[in-house]
Design a binder for this molecule. Structure first.
Ligand code: SF4
Length: 413
């Protein structure tokens, strides 16, 4: 069975149309389109001027993307400008680091100086804790050869129960990566057959500068990208497997092609979301809480509901491909799961939701760990079968699109 003939496409292909076409090389990833949008700017421009040039160029990119999607334009016939929209975005993120507001915290700290940290605790360094062919993601993402997942360290939320605590709470985990290293990882994974590049953490938004620059390098150098050294290979968890390399299944008309998947807590700022719009082919947002009280107590995150719902709405209004994830938590079906599902049913009933039952008490919520804190005793157990069924039945009652994506591992269709 190959990726394009998976049974699940019968149900989800129309909704994830763009992603499907890029993953199967029927269309070029957005970054291959953006590299053909020329811009004019100078490195001496102030950040505000760069933003203004970005917003002026954005309609040109969107119009070209639309034409490519509708088959009215062939990117290989277009000239590649010396300076592209992606280069402009690199200049923006580099300057933005001097007063960072990549995410809703808007800390405004100078990450280049690195004397004071924001909520993510990062300066400019990006580290990767692990990268590999992920076989546990949703079928549309893991496919048959895995999702090319890259785990960045640190986070801008503080979830007491974090299921990736070793990576999200230890910013020094893993290895330091340069944008070039990261671009090479993406190339390596795609050549080995992955269906997407799955950027996750922790939280990828806080590494926006490294990611945007890596994608720019990937767009320009494609199959010719090589890293400065190969130290990061030490965190390739499946390096013991010899994946067959195929250039053909990694290319669109000769250029390295792979969909970019943004696997995020969706706590980014509006501006970050706008930059990401140019390079992200498929969005995989978490929607954890239905009220700010729980977000503050369990994740120490303020303005949670307004920020995440605003970002979800924006992406949905843009008409982008998206699958929302919601994790059922013990004792939180009524105050979080129900309002989250209500909101989705009211605002974007056409979007797929994976209502996940795999919560396990971890990090500060694990009663068997020395890190356990009594204040999290309400989430210090697995959700019961009754809670899980209540969540799923509620989604059924609301008519949400969740069954195929939630139950696919149990379905033998
Ligand atoms: S990425 Fe977010 S948390 Fe980190 S410094 Fe910037 S605004 Fe603050």
């Amino acid at each position: 069975m190959d990726f394009s003939s998976l049974w699940i496409w019968k149900y989800m292909k129309d909704d994830l149309r763009w992603y499907y076409k890029v993953a199967t090389n029927r269309k070029p990833a957005k970054y291959l389109i953006a590299k053909r949008v020329g811009v004019d700017y100078s490195d001496d421009d102030k950040l505000e001027e760069l933003w203004s040039k970005f917003y002026n160029a954005l309609p040109k990119f969107l119009s070209l993307w639309k034409d490519v999607d509708e088959g009215k334009e062939d990117i290989t016939k277009l000239e590649i400008p010396k300076v592209s929209l992606l280069d402009l975005m690199v200049s923006i993120v580099r300057k933005w680091l001097y007063s960072c507001s990549f995410c809703r915290w808007r800390c405004r700290v100078n990450r280049v100086e690195g004397k004071k940290y924001g909520a993510c605790m990062l300066d400019t360094e990006s580290r990767v804790g692990a990268y590999f062919h992920h076989r546990g993601e949703e079928l549309v993402f893991r496919g048959v050869k895995g999702s090319g997942t890259i785990f960045f360290t640190s986070c801008n939320m503080r979830c007491a129960f974090c299921q990736n605590g070793d990576i999200s709470t230890d910013k020094y985990n893993g290895v330091r990566v340069t944008p070039r290293d990261l671009a090479y990882m993406m190339k390596e994974l795609r050549l080995e057959g992955v269906h997407n590049i799955n950027l996750v953490g922790g939280e990828p938004t806080i590494h926006l500068h490294t990611i945007i620059e890596a994608i720019d390098i990937l767009a320009r150098e494609g199959f010719s990208v090589y890293p400065e050294n190969y130290e990061f290979e030490s965190v390739k968890y499946d390096s013991f497997i010899n994946y067959p390399i195929s250039r053909e299944s990694a290319s669109y008309k000769g250029e390295l092609n792979v969909p970019i998947l943004w696997n995020s807590n969706f706590y980014m700022s509006d501006e970050a979301l706008n930059l990401l719009r140019v390079v992200v082919d498929i969005w995989l947002p978490d929607f954890k809480y239905g009220n700010d009280k729980c977000a503050l107590r369990l994740s120490r995150t303020p303005w949670y509901v307004e920020t995440v719902t605003k970002n979800l709405k924006t992406v949905r209004d843009w008409g982008e491909n998206m699958v929302i994830r919601h994790l059922i938590m013990p004792n939180h079906v009524y105050d979080d799961t129900f309002p989250v599902l209500d909101w989705i049913a009211k605002n974007m009933p056409e979007v797929w939701v994976n209502i996940m039952d795999q919560y396990h008490p971890d990090n500060f919520a694990d009663p068997n760990s020395p890190k356990f804190r009594g204040e999290y005793k309400d989430i210090a157990r697995y959700p019961t079968e009754e809670e899980i069924n209540e969540a799923w039945n509620y989604a059924r009652k609301l008519g949400l699109k969740f069954d195929v994506v939630t139950f696919e591992k149990r379905l033998l269709l």
